[in-house]
Design a protein around this ligand. Structure first.
Ligand code: HEC
Length: 148
Protein backbone atom coordinates (compact mmCIF):
# COMPACT_ATOMS: atom_id res chain seq x y z
CA UNK A 1 0.00 0.00 0.00
CA UNK A 2 2.61 2.50 1.06
CA UNK A 3 5.00 1.57 -1.74
CA UNK A 4 2.57 2.08 -4.61
CA UNK A 5 2.83 5.91 -4.97
CA UNK A 6 6.62 5.78 -4.80
CA UNK A 7 7.37 4.56 -8.35
CA UNK A 8 4.73 6.87 -9.83
CA UNK A 9 6.05 10.18 -8.50
CA UNK A 10 9.53 10.08 -10.05
CA UNK A 11 8.03 8.85 -13.33
CA UNK A 12 5.55 11.73 -13.57
CA UNK A 13 8.10 14.36 -12.63
CA UNK A 14 10.50 13.01 -15.26
CA UNK A 15 7.67 13.19 -17.75
CA UNK A 16 6.86 16.80 -16.90
CA UNK A 17 10.53 17.68 -17.10
CA UNK A 18 10.72 16.19 -20.59
CA UNK A 19 7.51 17.93 -21.52
CA UNK A 20 8.94 21.22 -20.26
CA UNK A 21 12.13 20.76 -22.25
CA UNK A 22 10.12 19.80 -25.33
CA UNK A 23 7.83 22.84 -25.06
CA UNK A 24 10.76 25.11 -24.30
CA UNK A 25 12.48 23.79 -27.40
CA UNK A 26 9.42 24.38 -29.52
CA UNK A 27 9.01 27.94 -28.27
CA UNK A 28 12.70 28.65 -28.78
CA UNK A 29 12.49 27.19 -32.27
CA UNK A 30 9.47 29.33 -33.14
CA UNK A 31 11.17 32.48 -31.86
CA UNK A 32 14.31 31.67 -33.81
CA UNK A 33 12.26 31.00 -36.96
CA UNK A 34 10.50 34.37 -36.68
CA UNK A 35 13.80 36.14 -36.12
CA UNK A 36 15.38 34.43 -39.13
CA UNK A 37 12.38 35.24 -41.32
CA UNK A 38 12.52 38.91 -40.32
CA UNK A 39 16.23 39.08 -41.02
CA UNK A 40 15.71 37.44 -44.39
CA UNK A 41 12.90 39.85 -45.28
CA UNK A 42 14.97 42.87 -44.26
CA UNK A 43 17.83 41.67 -46.41
CA UNK A 44 15.71 41.20 -49.51
CA UNK A 45 16.31 44.08 -51.87
CA UNK A 46 13.12 45.43 -53.46
CA UNK A 47 15.07 47.19 -56.22
CA UNK A 48 15.47 44.40 -58.82
CA UNK A 49 11.79 43.44 -58.83
CA UNK A 50 10.76 47.10 -58.82
CA UNK A 51 12.96 47.79 -61.84
CA UNK A 52 11.41 44.85 -63.68
CA UNK A 53 7.89 46.01 -62.86
CA UNK A 54 8.64 49.53 -64.08
CA UNK A 55 9.98 48.12 -67.34
CA UNK A 56 6.95 45.87 -67.60
CA UNK A 57 4.69 48.87 -67.11
CA UNK A 58 6.34 50.87 -69.89
CA UNK A 59 6.17 47.86 -72.21
CA UNK A 60 2.47 47.58 -71.49
CA UNK A 61 2.03 51.27 -72.24
CA UNK A 62 3.56 50.78 -75.69
CA UNK A 63 1.07 48.00 -76.40
CA UNK A 64 -1.86 50.04 -75.10
CA UNK A 65 -0.91 53.11 -77.14
CA UNK A 66 -0.62 51.03 -80.30
CA UNK A 67 -3.98 49.35 -79.66
CA UNK A 68 -5.57 52.78 -79.15
CA UNK A 69 -3.95 54.15 -82.29
CA UNK A 70 -1.96 56.74 -80.35
CA UNK A 71 1.42 56.39 -81.94
CA UNK A 72 2.71 59.94 -82.26
CA UNK A 73 6.27 60.56 -81.14
CA UNK A 74 5.03 62.27 -77.98
CA UNK A 75 3.03 59.15 -77.05
CA UNK A 76 5.80 56.69 -77.67
CA UNK A 77 9.21 58.25 -77.14
CA UNK A 78 8.82 58.86 -73.37
CA UNK A 79 8.31 55.11 -72.87
CA UNK A 80 11.28 54.22 -75.05
CA UNK A 81 13.35 56.70 -73.08
CA UNK A 82 12.21 55.29 -69.74
CA UNK A 83 13.03 51.76 -70.87
CA UNK A 84 16.44 52.88 -72.11
CA UNK A 85 17.30 54.73 -68.89
CA UNK A 86 16.18 51.85 -66.67
CA UNK A 87 18.10 49.39 -68.85
CA UNK A 88 21.25 51.12 -67.60
CA UNK A 89 20.46 49.78 -64.12
CA UNK A 90 20.10 46.10 -65.04
CA UNK A 91 23.61 45.17 -63.90
CA UNK A 92 23.29 47.16 -60.68
CA UNK A 93 19.91 45.62 -59.91
CA UNK A 94 21.18 42.06 -60.35
CA UNK A 95 24.73 42.12 -59.01
CA UNK A 96 25.03 38.32 -58.73
CA UNK A 97 23.72 37.61 -62.21
CA UNK A 98 25.79 40.37 -63.78
CA UNK A 99 28.94 38.42 -62.97
CA UNK A 100 27.78 36.19 -65.81
CA UNK A 101 28.85 37.34 -69.26
CA UNK A 102 25.52 36.16 -70.75
CA UNK A 103 23.63 38.51 -68.47
CA UNK A 104 25.77 41.48 -69.49
CA UNK A 105 25.24 40.52 -73.15
CA UNK A 106 21.46 40.38 -72.71
CA UNK A 107 21.50 43.77 -70.98
CA UNK A 108 23.67 45.27 -73.74
CA UNK A 109 21.41 43.80 -76.42
CA UNK A 110 18.39 45.43 -74.81
CA UNK A 111 20.16 48.80 -74.65
CA UNK A 112 21.19 48.45 -78.31
CA UNK A 113 17.60 47.73 -79.36
CA UNK A 114 16.39 50.77 -77.44
CA UNK A 115 19.15 53.02 -78.82
CA UNK A 116 18.13 51.98 -82.30
CA UNK A 117 14.43 52.55 -81.57
CA UNK A 118 15.22 56.03 -80.33
CA UNK A 119 17.50 56.83 -83.27
CA UNK A 120 14.79 55.68 -85.72
CA UNK A 121 11.58 56.26 -83.79
CA UNK A 122 8.50 54.45 -85.06
CA UNK A 123 6.29 56.68 -87.20
CA UNK A 124 3.09 54.65 -86.95
CA UNK A 125 1.49 51.96 -84.80
CA UNK A 126 2.88 49.11 -86.89
CA UNK A 127 6.29 50.53 -86.16
CA UNK A 128 5.48 50.76 -82.45
CA UNK A 129 4.36 47.12 -82.39
CA UNK A 130 7.50 46.07 -84.23
CA UNK A 131 9.73 47.99 -81.82
CA UNK A 132 7.87 46.58 -78.80
CA UNK A 133 8.21 43.06 -80.19
CA UNK A 134 11.96 43.54 -80.61
CA UNK A 135 12.34 44.86 -77.06
CA UNK A 136 10.17 41.99 -75.84
CA UNK A 137 12.60 39.54 -77.44
CA UNK A 138 15.38 41.10 -75.36
CA UNK A 139 13.34 40.71 -72.17
CA UNK A 140 12.56 37.10 -73.04
CA UNK A 141 16.14 36.21 -73.91
CA UNK A 142 17.41 37.31 -70.52
CA UNK A 143 14.50 35.75 -68.63
CA UNK A 144 15.10 32.41 -70.33
CA UNK A 145 18.62 32.34 -68.94
CA UNK A 146 18.17 34.07 -65.60
CA UNK A 147 14.60 34.23 -64.35
CA UNK A 148 13.04 31.70 -62.02
C1 HEC B 1 19.54 41.35 -68.61
C2 HEC B 1 18.49 40.59 -68.00
C3 HEC B 1 17.05 41.04 -68.02
C4 HEC B 1 16.42 41.80 -68.96
C5 HEC B 1 16.97 42.40 -70.25
C6 HEC B 1 15.05 41.93 -68.52
N1 HEC B 1 14.85 41.26 -67.34
FE1 HEC B 1 13.08 41.07 -66.34
N2 HEC B 1 13.99 39.85 -65.00
C7 HEC B 1 15.32 39.52 -64.98
C8 HEC B 1 15.58 38.64 -63.86
C9 HEC B 1 16.93 38.07 -63.46
C10 HEC B 1 14.35 38.44 -63.21
C11 HEC B 1 14.06 37.60 -61.96
C12 HEC B 1 13.96 38.51 -60.77
C13 HEC B 1 13.68 37.77 -59.50
O1 HEC B 1 12.64 37.12 -59.41
O2 HEC B 1 14.50 37.88 -58.59
C14 HEC B 1 13.36 39.23 -63.95
C15 HEC B 1 12.01 39.32 -63.62
C16 HEC B 1 11.08 40.08 -64.28
C17 HEC B 1 9.71 40.24 -63.88
C18 HEC B 1 9.06 39.58 -62.68
C19 HEC B 1 9.37 40.42 -61.45
C20 HEC B 1 8.92 39.76 -60.18
O3 HEC B 1 7.92 40.18 -59.62
O4 HEC B 1 9.59 38.82 -59.75
C21 HEC B 1 9.10 41.08 -64.77
C22 HEC B 1 7.68 41.58 -64.77
C23 HEC B 1 10.11 41.43 -65.74
N3 HEC B 1 11.30 40.83 -65.41
C24 HEC B 1 9.88 42.28 -66.81
C25 HEC B 1 10.85 42.58 -67.76
C26 HEC B 1 10.59 43.33 -68.97
C27 HEC B 1 9.23 43.87 -69.40
C28 HEC B 1 11.77 43.42 -69.64
C29 HEC B 1 12.06 44.08 -70.96
C30 HEC B 1 11.56 45.40 -71.22
C31 HEC B 1 12.77 42.73 -68.85
N4 HEC B 1 12.17 42.25 -67.73
C32 HEC B 1 14.08 42.63 -69.22
C33 HEC B 1 16.28 39.92 -65.88
C34 HEC B 1 16.06 40.69 -67.01
Amino acid sequence: MSTSPEPIRPKSSAFSRYLFVLLFGLVLGAVAAVMLLNAWKARQDPFPESLMHVQGWHMKQLGTKASENRCAATDIIPHLKALRVTADDLETAFPDESDDERFRKHASAMRATLDEAQANPPINCDGVNAAAAKIGENCKACHQDFKG
